[in-house]
Design a protein around this ligand. Structure first.
Ligand SMILES: Nc1ncnc2c1ncn2[C@@H]1O[C@H](COP(=O)(O)OP(=O)(O)O)[C@@H](O)[C@H]1O
Ligand SMILES: [Mg+2]
Length: 273
């Protein structure tokens, strides 16, 4: 009787072992497949991503987007602003608001995006094209979401372009948010000088807003004209759209009031051939 019991228990154990072995093999196979897929992706990551970027560039990118600076070194002719931003970023990224002002097309939005990407992964950079779009719903969204750290680099950045379009009551609500910016959050406002003047001279008292921000003014002096003219000439040459003397690029810069976006659009349409 005992022998039969031992046999049954042995058979039961063997069967159990077989099932466990089978499950383990299945699990291992899945792991190996996933691991192989990961290795293959890693090996070809650059090509895959580059492929995507190339497709985007080939289909949608204008010259000025193609040559938008991706890091501080790429910002031409704004040494003072770039130095100021570098010094601030060395001390830490978050818990701040920046106010970037300057003429149109001289690098405000580019600089804002570079600052944002220092601490926030793309997905967590929210950009509003104009202060006028920045409404009650946007403030509500931000005040709900900004206290949670984000995936990736951890930070969240909010860029509000053309901030001179902000309405008085929105500014009032923003002041509350800017009072207690978490360490993983950055706000960046950009505005043209003329727009900013409107804020100051108009009925809106922008003082309380600006006093909560680090102000960065971009340069559009003659020095910038020289630098941006030479930068645009280099791009024109690279794109085989250049047929003019260097001095004509300075004239181009003057004609477009140093607006690099407008200059590159002119080059793209063959104005410098
Ligand atoms: N300082 C700069 N250095 C290099 N490129 C610039 C600079 N300023 C503007 N550009 C070019 O012009 C385009 C528009 O710049 P942007 O930063 O959007 O200007 P803004 O916000 O001041 O109107 C950029 O994509 C880039 O190609
Ligand atoms: Mg802009």
């Amino acid at each position: 009787m005992d022998a039969i019991k031992t046999d049954i228990s042995h058979a039961y154990k063997t069967q159990k072992m077989r099932i466990i072995l089978k499950e383990t093999r299945f699990f291992l196979a899945i792991m190996i497949i996933l691991f192989t897929m990961y290795i293959v992706f890693k090996m070809h990551q650059k090509t895959i991503l580059k492929g995507k970027i190339m497709v985007l560039q080939n289909t949608t990118t204008s010259l000025f987007e193609k040559y938008r600076p991706r890091n501080l070194r790429g910002i031409v002719g704004q040494t003072a602003a770039v130095d100021k931003v570098s010094t601030i970023l060395e001390k830490g990224w978050g818990g701040r608001a920046f106010w970037i002002s300057g003429a149109s097309g001289i690098g405000k939005t580019s600089l804002a995006r570079i600052i944002a990407e220092e601490g926030a992964t793309d997905w967590f950079v929210e950009e509003y094209d104009s202060g006028g779009d920045f409404d009650a719903a946007a403030v509500e969204d931000i005040s709900k979401g900004m206290y949670y750290t984000a995936a990736g680099k951890g930070g969240r950045a909010y860029i509000i372009n053309e901030a001179h379009g902000l309405r008085q009551w929105i500014i009032q609500r923003l002041l509350g948010l800017l009072e207690r910016i978490p360490r993983h959050v950055v706000f960046i406002f950009t505005t043209t000088k003329a727009g900013e003047k409107g804020l100051f001279d108009g009925q809106i008292d922008a003082g309380p807003l600006l006093s909560r921000c680090i102000c960065i003014e971009l340069d559009d002096s003659q020095e910038f004209t020289k630098r941006i003219a030479s930068h645009c000439r280099k791009i024109a040459k690279k794109e085989q759209l250049d047929g003019r003397a260097p001095a004509e690029y300075v004239e181009l810069a003057n004609r477009y009031k140093n607006n690099c976006r407008a200059m590159l659009q002119a080059i793209e349409t063959g104005e410098m051939l």
